[in-house]
Design a protein around this ligand. Structure first.
Ligand SMILES: [Zn+2]
Length: 142
């Protein structure tokens, strides 16, 4: 997945780790540092049409990624979104929410009034490293 989907070309920009069925990457959004995407490793467009075993593995990856994001950011909650309106390759958006610098914790990420600005490259790198470590710890527990 790091080199891009062979079918549609979608790729993870700032990959953190390959999980069981999907690859986690940091999404550059300075409003919500720690925002991530979790991209299915095989090309598929419709979640409801996935093989049930694959959809379960994908969802376990979502939970594992969310635990890592909460651990690294200290966010009290995670927002989850699966849209595929613009990129037709299944990927979850995971947003750390409710931190003191959250622009508006009560609204959905797409309703935030502040513009989406990129994270500093150094911040992306530190998040990648911290998330990878958190995932490793989580994986070794069970
Ligand atoms: Zn694809």
């Amino acid at each position: 997945m790091e080199s891009g989907c062979e079918e549609c070309g979608f790729r993870v920009e700032a990959p953190v780790a390959r999980l069981d069925a999907a690859t986690l990457g940091v999404f550059s959004d300075a409003r919500l540092p720690g925002r991530c995407v979790l991209v299915l490793d095989t090309h598929a467009e419709h979640f409801e049409q996935l093989d049930p075993a694959l959809s379960r593995r994908f969802m376990e990856d979502v939970a594992r990624a969310a635990r890592a994001i909460r651990e690294v950011t200290g966010a009290p909650r995670i927002n989850y979104a699966l849209l595929a309106n613009q990129v037709n390759h299944l990927h979850w958006h995971l947003f750390p929410r409710g931190l003191p610098d959250d622009p508006d914790p009560r609204v959905s990420p797409w309703e935030l009034a502040s513009p989406e600005l990129p994270l500093a490259p150094a911040r992306i790198e530190s998040l990648r490293a911290a998330l990878a470590q958190a995932l490793e710890r989580d994986g070794s527990d069970g």
